[in-house]
Design a protein around this ligand. Structure first.
Ligand code: AP5
Ligand code: ZN
Length: 213
């Protein structure tokens, strides 16, 4: 299976993708997680991406397409993949199509996490993450077993630098202007499935399982 998860900041992509990954043993690529790791490690890529990320703007197409192109060469990504947060512009979508066409494959399903903007601020400002794994928690909706600690490793949880109301506004603007057209692009190919992302995490998971089965 070759699946794309698309939706605004806080819609639940990062919460749902590990479940899908475990169910189907797919390679899971989240450009946001990969970029944050590069920023933390101060690699040349991270240094180039940091400013846009801190402002809630998109990183250049060339940088992210480069990351995905490299990551997709892994043997584990040949059988199938879940892309979380990519493609986010029509140019990225076209580049991905071209990349897959060379391998004689294509995207099977695009899961569109539909949700009202008004719900997202509470989700974003209450989120805590385990940076090493990308696991997310929420003070109200998904609290960790021990406050402030990752359930699996016991390591401390942190808040993302861009998870505040101010930067969220730019992230939402980028979503509406640059990423909505990506959804239209895939809808015109007939492979988009719309999800009710405002429902509980469990309900969203069952909608996803139905959509990809
Ligand atoms: P990225 O990391 O992709 O951030 P995002 O798209 O803004 O999405 P989030 O990670 O904020 O939300 P999510 O949908 O994963 O939500 P989650 O499941 O954690 O990108 C960050 C930045 O990197 C971008 O701004 C850009 O600069 C750059 N970038 C990345 N990819 C790029 C690309 N392709 N091109 C250019 N630039 C790129 O859930 C949120 C919270 O809600 C959690 O606390 C969770 O516990 C809770 N929650 C989840 N589901 C539910 C539910 N159903 N009910 C209640 N609470 C829930
Ligand atoms: Zn995410």
């Amino acid at each position: 299976k070759r699946v794309i998860l698309v939706g605004p900041p806080g819609c639940g992509k990062g919460t749902q993708s590990p479940i899908l990954k475990d169910e189907y043993c797919l390679c899971h690529l989240a450009t946001g997680d990969m970029l944050r790791a590069a920023v933390a490690a101060k690699t040349p890529l991270g240094l180039r991406a940091k400013e846009a990320m801190d402002k809630g703007e998109l990183v250049s197409d060339d940088l992210v397409v480069g990351i995905i192109d490299e990551a997709m060469k892994k043997p584990s990504c040949q059988k199938g993949f879940i892309l979380d947060g990519f493609p986010r512009t029509v140019i990225q979508a076209e580049k991905l199509d071209a990349m897959l066409e060379k391998q004689g494959t294509k995207v099977d399903k695009v899961l569109n996490f539909e949700i009202a903007d008004s719900i997202l601020e509470e989700r974003i400002t209450g989120r805590w993450i385990h940076p090493a794994s990308g696991r997310s928690y929420h003070t109200k909706f998904a609290p960790p077993k021990v406050p402030g600690k990752d359930d699996v490793t016991g390591e401390p949880l942190i808040q993302r630098k861009d998870d505040n109301a101010e930067v969220l506004k730019s992230r939402l603007e980028a979503f509406h202007k640059q990423t909505k057209p990506v959804i239209d692009y895939y809808t015109s190919k007939g492979i988009t499935v719309n999800l009710h992302a405002e429902k509980s995490p469990k309900d969203v998971t069952s909608e996803i399982m139905k959509a990809v089965s």
